[in-house]
Design a protein around this ligand. Structure first.
Ligand SMILES: Cc1cc2nc3c(=O)[nH]c(=O)nc-3n(C[C@H](O)[C@H](O)[C@H](O)COP(=O)(O)OP(=O)(O)OC[C@H]3O[C@@H](n4cnc5c(N)ncnc54)[C@H](O)[C@@H]3O)c2cc1C
Length: 395
């Protein structure tokens, strides 16, 4: 019997860990390299749509998440200026019945812990923390990665193939020589998490609440089984910061929302601390990888967050990648080209749709009134059905 091929994965984010699990289940040995010395996800929430929870279920992660996930009954869309509800888009049981998988909101740390525990339970997966990949080279027998350890020592590791799941600022992508610098999109996400005890009962309800205003919107939902409320405000911005954790000036944020309704402003006044994440995406590229090297998740197709699909696409990527690799274990380069081809149209559509939603969310004046009218007239059921292409995946 030949020993299984070793696939190297750069990055232990949502995409890298999901890929490691899917590849291990497909019979590969996997080594995951993560630059951070310890895995501690940003204190923020993430929405997991049915296309993502379906894959997480197949990866054996859903049960560990269930206890801390919240299943919102609906997305409640409100006009931020008037404070009036525009429409409710049903989620909860309606989603489970329609798509056979739940729509959950979770804390990122809970998702990461569930993925990590599942990975730790598989002997085929090795996790190397504090190992920053700085370069890679493709040779006759596979791929060599060069990484820097915490103490600054350069180390080489070998495998049969490499998956760059190292996020927006991917080193693997840069080393592939692709013309692919992230584009700053002139907006910033302000993020905060407050304990349920500090939150108005209306914010603790199992709902995703989405307030739409000119050039800005606000989303909040409970996480950690209702013990905390996640708040994200997206506003225009002309400065690009790197990373998740740049501190935000609360007063500056509140000043931008002066003309919002008192109910919406009360939510923004609740957190004492905010963190800012500048929004970038990647220009679409037809062939992200080369030879036995490919990209996955944000490294391949970082997108704007208005459709809440960046993480879901990374999780889908992981499932498709492992499927392709399982079909061509003897030719991983060919398997990776098939994977890239299979993912291209869908991830491009998600990115385009996300940008389009952002433009609609941030309309002002007469156009905002027209948007609210169209949404109200369409009604929640019809608006929900518009996500069939996204949530029914793989069909
Ligand atoms: C405001 C906001 C809200 C969002 N909301 C949602 C949502 O509700 N639902 C959803 O599905 N998506 C959402 N997203 C998108 C989602 O967060 C990302 O798409 C997802 O986190 C990408 O995962 P990833 O594993 O590809 O990359 P990352 O999470 O960036 O992980 C990359 C990992 O690689 C490591 N790394 C980087 N460089 C190296 C290196 N050289 N060597 C080794 N390791 C390295 C990093 O430390 C990191 O751990 C949102 C994004 C934003 C900005």
């Amino acid at each position: 019997m030949t020993s299984p091929s070793t696939i190297l994965v750069a990055g232990a984010g949502i995409g890298g860990l999901a890929a490691a699990l899917a590849l291990a289940r497909a019979g590969f040995r996997v080594v995951v390299f993560e630059a951070a010395p310890a895995l501690s996800e940003a204190g923020a929430g993430i929405q997991l749509s049915p296309n993502a929870t379906r894959v997480l279920s197949a990866l054996g992660v859903v049960e560990a998440l269930r206890a801390c996930a919240v299943a919102p009954a609906a997305i409640r869309v409100l006009n931020a200026r008037s404070g009036r509800e525009i429409v409710r888009i049903p989620l909860g049981r309606a989603v489970e019945a329609r798509y056979g998988a739940p729509y959950w909101v979770v804390h990122r740390a809970d998702l990461q812990r569930a993925l990590l525990e599942a990975a730790a339970a598989r002997p085929e997966i090795v996790l190397r923390l504090g190992f920053t990949i700085v370069d890679h080279a493709v040779g006759e027998h596979g791929v060599t990665v060069v990484g820097k350890t915490q103490s600054g020592v350069l180390v080489e590791e070998q495998g049969h193939a490499l998956v760059g799941a190292d996020g927006l600022w991917s080193t693997v992508r840069a080393r592939l020589g692709r013309d692919s610098a992230p584009r700053f999109r002139g907006r910033a996400a302000w993020r905060a998490l407050i304990p349920a005890g500090d939150a108005d009962p209306a914010w603790r309800r199992p709902l995703t609440q989405l307030w739409l205003g000119p050039d800005a919107h606000l989303v909040h939902y409970p996480v950690r089984a209702g013990d905390a409320v996640n708040i994200v405000a997206i506003v225009k911005d002309d400065r690009a910061a790197r990373g998740w954790a740049a501190p935000g000036d609360r007063d500056a944020l509140l000043a931008r929302f002066r003309r919002w309704s008192a109910k919406a402003r009360a939510i923004l006044e609740a957190p004492a601390r905010w963190q800012i994440w500048s929004l970038h995406d990647l220009p679409p590229r037809p062939r992200p990888g080369r030879g036995p090297v490919t990209l996955l998740g944000d490294a391949a197709h970082a997108m704007l967050p208005f459709l809440a699909q960046g993480g879901a696409m990374a999780i889908e990527d992981a499932a498709v990648l492992a499927d392709c690799a399982a079909h061509r274990p003897d030719d991983l380069a060919a398997a990776f080209r098939t994977y890239e081809q299979l993912r291209q149209v869908r991830t491009m559509r998600a990115a385009q749709e996300s940008a389009r939603m952002g433009a609609i969310y941030h309309l002002g004046g007469a156009l905002a009134a027209a948007r609210d009218f169209v949404m109200r007239r369409a009604g929640g059921e019809r608006l929900a059905a518009r996500q069939d292409w996204l949530y029914r995946w793989p069909g």
